[in-house]
Design a binder for this molecule. Structure first.
Ligand code: CP3
Length: 344
């Protein structure tokens, strides 16, 4: 089906655009009361993720309510470890928890499986994509996604969130073979998973490397970017975005791997990043998510300030990380309206 508003796809490919496209990371869920209503009718987060009809409904809510230029499928990066045999729980107000973790190569047979069909174990995601595409009926593109191998590795080793992920980083020094073997396994499954999402209807995909910033530069190249490169080299069907949060030193290296768009967090300098990538890549970001706590007038001014720093049309507007749960949706609307009324 033809997509009516394909601005974000054109921006990703470096084609001409009439205005900057805008969406928000974590726009599905988190801030909308309409999401809470659907979520509270169920046993929890996982039931929503695994119920395609409802996952599609909350995917489309931000398109209807916030008027964003893209939808992102409602799911989580942690469905990959789960499909590989490492089940997670989503603990209310705390976050993900894995009762078991990977400790040695012996754990791979049961908890880091690769020998399965992604459509068997993650069919609910593909079904949610199909329903969403049908219900969007070409209004805006649908973004598929996966976690980057390094970020998924962090959760599989650590078993929960952490400020430093020092258990995961320790393995890189004490057992690099286990690290590489596990990263390779995650990579293989992720390539198959993203291809299945694209086959189901995803119009572009984003790889989230939320914990890229905790690795030194050399280590990020070896244990992070090497595996992302395998993924982005394999995905040739649709535009690909790489968001390596906090990997300031690696922008130059990310611009060397096949991908269309590079995500920037709010600590990064758009002008500097543009000097590095020139016109070879689209940039995405990067307003501080906290800027949306400011007054409407300030949100408008801060958004305009950011837009003024763009020296190129190759830009997709977003926050520098996911929108925070207690942000007033009206502030998000101000952010979006400001971008949409900005003349190029
Ligand atoms: O962008 C979207 O709106 C699509 C849906 C989406 C979710 N998680 C839904 C979700 C996406 C793209 C993610 C990605 C994700 N999940 C990342 C990478 C992006 C980032 O923020 O850095 C990470 C690290 C996770 C793992 C995860 N999932 C954590 C740490 C948590 C708990 C804290 C939190 O973010 O709320 C989750 C839970 C989660 N994933 C929720 C949602 C809507 C909240 C669960 C609820 O409704 O109770």
């Amino acid at each position: 089906m033809e997509i009516k508003n394909d601005l974000i796809l054109r921006a990703a490919r470096g084609e001409n655009i009439e205005r900057y496209p805008v969406w928000l990371m974590r726009q599905a869920g988190r801030i909308l009361p309409e999401y809470r209503a659907v979520r509270n009718s169920l046993s929890g987060f996982k039931e929503l993720v695994e119920t395609p009809k409802l996952a599609a409904e909350v995917t489309i809510q931000p398109v209807d309510i916030l008027d964003v230029d893209a939808a992102i499928i409602f799911s989580d990066i942690l469905v990959i470890p789960e499909a590989m045999g490492l089940t997670y729980e989503m603990v209310e107000k705390k976050g993900p928890y894995f009762p078991k973790t990977i400790k040695s190569l012996d754990d791979f047979a049961s908890h880091a499986q690769t020998d399965f069909d992604v459509n068997d174990r993650l069919g609910y995601v593909m079904e949610a994509i199909q329903i969403t595409k049908k219900e969007l009926s070409g209004r805006v593109p649908l973004i598929g996604f996966a976690g980057a191998p390094w970020t998924i590795f962090c959760y599989m080793i650590e078993g929960q969130g952490s400020k430093t992920f020092s258990k995961a980083r320790k393995v890189l020094y004490t057992n690099p073979k286990l690290a590489h073997d596990l990263l390779q396994r995650i990579t293989d499954v992720t390539v198959r998973y993203l291809k299945a999402q694209i086959k189901a209807g995803a119009d572009m995909v984003q790889v989230f490397d939320s914990w890229a910033g905790i690795l030194g530069h050399e280590q990020y190249l070896t244990f992070g970017l090497e595996y992302i490169k395998q993924i982005t080299s394999a995905i040739t069907e649709v535009p690909v975005t790489v968001f390596s949060k906090g990997a300031y030193a690696a922008i130059e290296d990310i611009a060397q791997i096949p991908c269309n768009t590079i995500g920037l967090d709010w600590n990064m300098n758009i002008g500097q990043a543009r000097d590095i990538v020139k016109e070879t890549r689209t940039l995405q970001g990067n307003l501080d998510p906290c800027a949306l706590y400011a007054s409407h007038k300030e949100v408008e001014a801060l958004t305009k300030n950011m837009l003024e720093t763009f020296e190129s049309k190759r830009h997709i507007v977003n926050l520098g990380h996911g929108v925070y749960p207690d942000i007033d949706p009206e502030k998000v609307k101000t952010f979006i309206k400001t971008v949409k009324s900005y003349e190029l």
